[in-house]
Design a protein around this ligand. Structure first.
Ligand code: FEO
Length: 164
């Protein structure tokens, strides 16, 4: 049986993952409004992925006899100054999620909860990927600045992202 403190921390993490989904969906709407469907596609897929992360925690809790308790989601921002600013926020947000996953892992070690540790190993690997993807797109955006053709080429590439 999962301990009360881990249960509370996992419920908190479910909220963070679902908030991430909400934030990226808001970014998708921003890019849709800017007529950049490829960027919007990337954000939609990211939002779907974050919901999947929330559900991984949800399912683990159910399997372990814990109680999932959903909390209110904060309203995400709706506007960014530029694509660059939006991706800077993605990178910062993912760094915060990584710190939160690491703190959860520390707690699972302290509580000697081995199944949670095993589940979190997937998330630790996933966060490396998440941070790398955000950093790569951010670096591309810094390189191309506001050059229209290059922005459209990147939009085309991001439009190819499929659901994982
Ligand atoms: Fe679920 Fe992007 O971290």
């Amino acid at each position: 049986m999962i301990t009360k403190s881990l249960q509370d921390a996992i419920n908190e993490q479910i909220n963070k993952e679902l908030y991430s989904s909400y934030l990226y969906l808001s970014m998708a709407a921003y890019f849709e409004d800017k007529n950049l469907p490829g960027f919007a596609n990337w954000m939609r897929k990211q939002a779907d992925e974050e919901r999947g992360h929330g559900m991984k925690f949800y399912d683990h809790m159910v399997e372990r006899g814990g109680r999932v308790m959903l909390k209110a989601l904060d309203a995400p921002k709706t506007d960014w100054k530029s694509s660059l600013e939006a991706f800077e926020e993605v990178a910062e947000h993912e760094a915060k999620v990584t710190a939160s996953i690491n703190a959860l892992y520390e707690l699972a070690l302290k509580e000697k909860d081995y199944p949670v540790q095993v589940m979190l190993q997937w998330f630790i690997t996933e966060q490396v990927e998440e941070e790398k993807n955000a950093a790569e797109i951010l670096a591309n955006l810094k390189l191309i600045e506001d050059r229209g053709t290059a922005v459209l080429m990147l939009d085309h590439r991001l439009g190819k992202r499929t659901g994982e």
